[in-house]
Structure formats: structure tokens, C-alpha cells
Design a protein around this ligand. Structure first.
Ligand code: WQD
Length: 340
């Protein structure tokens, strides 16, 4: 059993990862300052796992607060670092907030890891680092393209910081590049909790289905794809969570040779926006009102993962279908009722 610090542990992927860690017998300490989630998520984690994990309400971008936190939990075996601002559009409007928060919190945590090189470290990265890849499916060796947003840039710079620090201070890191995590826990006790009007496709779909939003705007139907709409690799959040457990166990077992190992987390299948809408209706019986609209600046045409390396290195592959993701996303939305 390991003791794992999960930053952003009350967030979407963080909470699902905490549940999977606890199911595998690991002890978790959740760190979250609620900038993009709600304290009630802890109740959901407890309802699923039967244990209420320790929750530290700490702003990791504050160096003294982070140092105090790490002094209190210095006996941890690993850190899974999810905590970051993650709204692409918002990052364009508020770049300094994103650089200070996302990179500041990472560096404050690394001040601890450099003194405890045996502490396993997993970094929440994103397929955004690839930009519009030249070849599909996207392999981990694909060139990193100039970031389309400050958000994507914080992920690219974060990986560079980790490369330099892991080499200099002798610790090991696994960086996981998520494609599009969607869905919710099958218990419907935790799920995605976007603040305000959802920027991402699936929470907008579920809120539209719940009558909380108007018609969905499909951003562009003149792309060079099967039906003219963008292609993404939508992966169930529980599959994403399970990959983190395997990555943590790989690090703690000392199996990582390179300073930083990088893995794509995707299903390997691309779906167009219209295909996601069709899958939602098939899974729930609910027709979504939608209309074509102008392209969204910054969108890449298509992105889906090459999954070979994650299977070989982590022994992991996605198991849940797009329809299962839609069904679980909807059941979670139904528990939210009118609260948005
Ligand atoms: C998916 C597709 C839109 C909303 C971003 C980040 C990524 C990760 C997930 C944090 C696109 C279309 C969307 C809508 C639409 N973020 N769409 N109408 O942009 O692929 O990924 O969020 O971890 O790092 O880059 O996800 O869900 O916003 O968009 O047509 O109302 O749905 O154009 O083609 P994206 P998304």
C-alpha cells in the first residue's frame, strides 16, 4: 500500500483517480482549494469508497502554503498532480493567471520532490501539446507543435520543467497526455462539474439534455472529416483514472528508467461531434437540439491516440465505450438536477 498525494483531488479526473487508488488499497490525501470544484465531491468519494480521505484546502501556487503541506505529509510515496486551471478559452484571456497557477504550483511541488527523489511523480498533461499532429493516430514521439493557447503552453512548459528537474535531481516522472476525458462514475456519485456555461462538448450536451441550455452549437461542419465536424478521442474518465494507478505502481516499483516517461491516454478511436451526439441519443434515448455554427478558433481538425505504448508500458488500454461514457455522463447530470 502506498500513501499518495492527489492534487486537484476534488476535480473531475482527480476524484475518479482517488476512488480507484482507494479501491486498490492505497491511502490518499486530497489537495484542492476549490477553484474549479465543490467540497461536496468529498461526500461522493466517501459514498463510493466507504472511507472519507483527508482533504487539505491548500493553494499550491503559494510557496509557503505548499511547503507547509509537504512538511506535514513528507512520508508520501507519490504525488499525482492534477491541480491546474484548464479552460482553453479562459487561458487566452488570462494568461498570467494560468502561468502563475499552473507552473507555480508545479515548481512548488518539485521543491519537495527534489529533496525526496524516491517520491513518485505523475503529471497531468494533455494531447493539446501536439497541436494539429501531422500523422494520425498520434504517437508519443510526434513533434510538439507551438501551443494554441496559454493553457496548452503550461502543459508543454510543465513537461520541459519535469525533464530538466528529473535529470538534475534524480527523480522519475510519468507524464500522462489525456485526450478527451468524458463520462462519470457508474455510481453517479461523482462526475464532471463545470463552472458556468460549459466550454467542453459533453457537459454542454448533458446540460442541454437537462433543459438547462439551449441548442448546442456545433463549431464548424466544413472540416475535412467524415461528416465535416471535428474528430476527437473521447475516453471514459474511469479508464483514465485506472491508468494513473498503473503508472503510480510502475513508478513506486522502480520500473521507470527514463527521467520522464510519457504516455497517451486515449481509446485510439476518433469520433466526430455528430457521432458523439448520435452516441448520446443511442445511450439515453434523448435527442439533442443542435445547429451548425462557425468554427471555434484554436480547434484542431482531428486528434486521436496511438495506444500501443500505454499497453506495452503500463499494461493499460481503454475498456469503456463512447456510449457507456454518454450513459454515465447523463446519469450524473440527472443527479445534479437544476443546480449548475
Ligand atoms: C471537443 C469538440 C469542439 C463545445 C479541450 C482541451 C483539452 C482538454 C479537453 C483539459 C471540438 C466541439 C465543443 C461545443 C462543439 N482540456 N464543440 N460545441 O477542445 O478537444 O479539448 O478540452 O484537460 O486539453 O484542449 O474539447 O470538448 O471543448 O471540444 O462543437 O459547445 O467539440 O469544436 O471539436 P477539446 P471540447
Amino acid at each position: 500500500m502506498s500513501k499518495v498525494l492527489v492534487t486537484g483531488g476534488l476535480g473531475f479526473i482527480g476524484s475518479h483517480t482517488a476512488v480507484e487508488l482507494m479501491a486498490r488499497g492505497h491511502e490518499v490525501v486530497l489537495v484542492d482549494n476549490l477553484t474549479n470544484t465543490r467540497a461536496e465531491v468529498l461526500d461522493g468519494i466517501e459514498a463510493i469508497s466507504g472511507t472519507r480521505p483527508v482533504w487539505e484546502n491548500v493553494d499550491l501556487a503559494s510557496q509557503p502554503a505548499c511547503a507547509a503541506l509537504m512538511a506535514k505529509h513528507s512520508n508520501i510515496d507519490g504525488i499525482i498532480h492534477f491541480a491546474a486551471h484548464k479552460a482553453v478559452g479562459e487561458s487566452v484571456a488570462k494568461p498570467l493567471d494560468y502561468y502563475q497557477n499552473n507552473l507555480g504550483s508545479l515548481m512548488n511541488l518539485l521543491e519537495f520532490v527534489r529533496t525526496e527523489p524516491k517520491c513518485a511523480f505523475i503529471f497531468s498533461s494533455s494531447c493539446t501539446v501536439y497541436g494539429q499532429a501531422d500523422d494520425l493516430p498520434i504517437r508519443e514521439e510526434a513533434p510538439i507543435k507551438p501551443a494554441e493557447s496559454p493553457y496548452g503552453n503550461t502543459k508543454q512548459i510543465g513537461e520541459e520543467i519535469l525533464q530538466d528537474c528529473a535529470k538534475a535531481y534524480g527523480f522519475k516522472v510519468i507524464a500522462l497526455r489525456y485526450f478527451n476525458p468524458v463520462g462519470g462514475h457508474p455510481s453517479a456519485k461523482i462526475g464532471e462539474l463545470p463552472n458556468g456555461v460549459p466550454q467542453n462538448l459533453v457537459p454542454f450536451i448533458t446540460q442541454s439534455a437537462a433543459g438547462q441550455r439551449g441548442a448546442l452549437k456545433v463549431f464548424g461542419n466544413d472540416y475535412d472529416t467524415r461528416d465535416g465536424t471535428c474528430v476527437r478521442d473521447y475516453i471514459h474518465v474511469v479508464d483514465v483514472a485506472k491508468a494513473h494507478i498503473l503508472a503510480m505502481e510502475r513508478l513506486v516499483a522502480g520500473k521507470v528508467e527514463e527521467p520522464v516517461e510519457v504516455y497517451n491516454l486515449g481509446t485510439g478511436t476518433g469520433s466526430t461531434v455528430v457521432e458523439v451526439l448520435t452516441a448520446f441519443t443511442k445511450a439515453t434515448g434523448i435527442d439533442i437540439k443542435w445547429e451548425y455554427a462557425a468554427r471555434r478558433p484554436g480547434d484542431v481538425v482531428a486528434a486521436y491516440a496511438d495506444t500501443k505504448k500505454a499497453l506495452e508500458g503500463l499494461g493499460w488500454r481503454a475498456e469503456l465505450s463512447l456510449e457507456q461514457s454518454m450513459a454515465d455522463a447523463w446519469r450524473w447530470q440527472e443527479t445534479l438536477g437544476q443546480s449548475v
